[in-house]
Design a protein around this ligand. Sequence first.
Ligand code: GDP
Ligand code: MN
Length: 381
Amino acid sequence: MDLLEYQGKQLFARHDVPVPSGRPATTVEEAVTAADEIGYPCVIKAQVQIGGRGKAGGIKLAADRDAAQEHARAILGMDIRGLTVHELWVEGASEIAAEYYASVVFDRSAKAPLVMLSTKGGMDIEAVAEEDPGAIARLHVDPLLGFQDFHGRRLAYEAGVDADVVRPIGAMLAKLYDAFVAEEATLVEVNPLIVTPAREVKALDAKVTLDDNALFRHPENAALRDISAEDEQERMAKERGLTYVKLDGDIGILGNGAGLVMSTLDVVAQAGGSPANFLDAGGGSKADAITSAVEVILSDPKVSAVLFNIFGGITRCDEVAKGLIEAFEKIKPDVPFVVRLDGTNDKEGRQLLADASLPNVVTESTMDGAAKKVVELANAV
Ligand code: GDP
Ligand code: MN
């Protein structure tokens, strides 16, 4: 789970990582009140789970109340690389003498956390890593020994930070490492980590990714999950216990078992189609699971045709047919369905479908034939 910048900063503050103080706001009025309390100049920052907000115009300095109001109005509702801004963070403006970069990530190949520090902060670190890899000091931490003071100093010297801030930056890295371990994060990134003219060090930005599988141990973090940022269909599917991944095409796909669904995506692509999703109804799907799955697929307005590819093993094709018939009674879909039923009780399933004579449903007996048909129907829409 990715945290918003301000949630990351609040998490940092719990671990004594120095951060500017600020307040969240969801309306222009709240932002102005927050700015008045914080004092001027202050910074109005868009809270979206994506970097490069500064470049996109989502971060603005406000010298006074009028400016705060104007910026809050402009940033709320702004689209930043596909994400709409619903929340702001208002914080006291910082003076910047130097911008550095610091992070702790979990390096799976080394089976250890990796701490990185660079004086090339405030810019795209991926570009720095590519063009000037020597500019990033790196250190793997033995998880049993933990992060020691000398690690911090070594990183600071290697990165080439100003001599007078070697100690405070080493101390900040130690605290970031503590936060990383204690909160069960997979990434903690500070870009930029700033040095002020008064030679204080602070985390000016925060990017934190938490391990979803450990969230049950951190109720305080789990409560931060931003449901509104999740895709509507993916949330709906999750609530119904279905495995669903939204893709960008127009053919809805339902299969049972991840392997079958993946090969269905390939066959549809080969037939010239573009899948709208990956939906695995799972093994042993009963009628109601199928009905739920159809609801999820059809809730995506981009879907113009649906392919059902069922290979009956534990799943019985007659159950799938019943589910489909129920779904048609309930939803009355207006897009065509191509159904391929093969395996356990396939004859019974096809018979049920034939008896129901559902509008817009075509049955096919092979996967290739079904894929060709669904692409043809999708293109005809
Ligand atoms: P990002 O663009 O999404 O990574 O957002 P950041 O929080 O990293 O902000 C981007 C840039 O805005 C920083 O690198 C700073 O140069 C600038 N910035 C952000 N807050 C302040 C501030 O309080 N004072 C000053 N002078 N610059 C700021
Ligand atoms: Mn940043």
